[in-house]
Design a binder for this molecule. Structure first.
Ligand code: FES
Ligand SMILES: [Fe+2]
Length: 359
């Protein structure tokens, strides 16, 4: 559905700050290299604590982070040579599906109790570990986001982790909101944004903005050839619930994968692709180093400014959840509608099937 792009005052509904997620999507939980074989780590997907572990063969398993014996956090346990997870308290051993397969002090020959921790579908792709917290059957049908640049050596990939003390709707609005270039003016960010196209469907918002750039940063990432004049480009922002893809006319491409952790905590795992004007033979050996430097010196300052704004917004909201806010960007209103709709549709379906895990 095509929407008007006129900026017009609208009172927003605070309800969007309280909604849960639609869990029937893949959510990013960790970078692949942060979990070595034989190790276990705690992750949280929308208030569901999960013990994520990798067995000695490299296979990943994700179990509810609560032992079926007494509820102790399983991420404090150990991974056995057989690829099971041992609870730290009494050593009950759970296999990758969460089923109890051994109790060290149970007399030989005695039947094991029926005890099982919930297990979650887990995958690794694009150097990210993904968990499907919803209906297991749907994990086979629902696709991970597509990142075609990942395999293309012409791009420099920069991994950008982020952590916000804020509800995911506030974080998502920051990404959709190109009008906040004002915040980044001291960093040679963008200016003069104009919303030129806006579309919304059940699970998607597509917004195109015209923006202008000037200065060394635009030259460095190839937006303009001189850096001294003003260059105007189109930024296309696509929110495909629950993640983002933003592209700048083939000059850069950002995949922002969102992890809602709790009502006031969100993470993101982003992959930024840029093209540097260096020959491949020169760039290839130094790519990891360049990627880290670009992250540290180019993107971190932007992110730190965003985090300050996002967390300030959350604090004010929590101090007075009834406060009235005014928005004039229809792309933000469209985004809020999708976030609320996805949650409500899921809650409706789960109340029909009696299978609710979304709040
Ligand atoms: S609580 Fe886990 S083995 Fe007893
Ligand atoms: Fe920003």
């Amino acid at each position: 559905m095509e929407l008007a792009t006129t900026l017009k005052s609208q009172t927003i509904s605070n309800h969007v700050r309280e909604v849960g997620i639609n869990p029937n999507y893949w959510y990013p939980v960790a970078w692949v290299h942060h979990l070595k074989p034989g190790k276990v780590m705690p992750v949280v997907v929308w208030q569901q604590p999960i013990a994520l572990y990798r067995d000695s063969n490299g296979a990943l398993h994700a179990l509810e982070d609560a032992c079926p014996h007494k509820g102790v956090a399983l991420h404090r346990g150990q991974v056995s040579r057989e690829g099971n997870l041992l609870c730290p308290y009494h050593g009950w051993e759970l296999n990758g599906e969460g089923k109890c397969v051994n109790i060290p002090y149970l007399p030989k020959g005695q039947k094991l109790p029926c005890a099982q921790a919930r297990s979650y579908p887990v995958r690794e792709k694009y150097n990210i570990i993904w968990i499907f917290p919803g209906d297991r059957a749907l994990s086979e049908i629902v696709e991970l986001p597509l990142v075609p640049e990942y395999e293309d050596p012409n791009w420099l990939m920069v991994e950008i982790p982020a952590h916000f003390q804020a509800h995911f709707s506030i974080c998502n609005e920051n990404t959709m909101d190109v009008f906040h270039g004002f915040l980044h003016k001291n960093l040679n960010g963008w200016f003069d944004p104009v919303l030129i196209e806006l579309k919304q469907s059940d699970a998607q918002v597509q917004a195109d903005y015209k923006v202008s750039y000037q200065g060394w940063l635009s030259k460095f990432i190839g937006i303009s050839s001189t850096g001294s004049g003003i260059t105007t480009r189109t930024v296309s922002i696509q929110y495909q619930y629950p993640h983002y893809h933003t592209s700048l006319e083939g000059v850069s491409s950002l995949y922002l994968m969102r992890l809602p952790v709790g009502p006031a905590e969100t993470r993101s795992f982003s992959l930024m692709f840029i093209k540097l004007r260096l020959p491949e033979w020169l760039l290839k050996p130094i790519k990891p180093l360049v990627s880290k430097l670009v992250w540290r010196f180019l993107f971190m300052p932007f992110l730190q400014q965003d985090i300050q704004m996002i967390e300030s917004e959350q604090r004010t909201y929590l101090a007075n959840p009834g406060r009235r806010y005014v928005e004039i960007n229809p792309a933000i209103i469209a985004l809020q509608r999708v976030i609320v709709r996805q949650y409500e549709q899921y809650m409706q379906q789960s109340s029909v099937t009696g299978n609710g895990t979304g709040d």
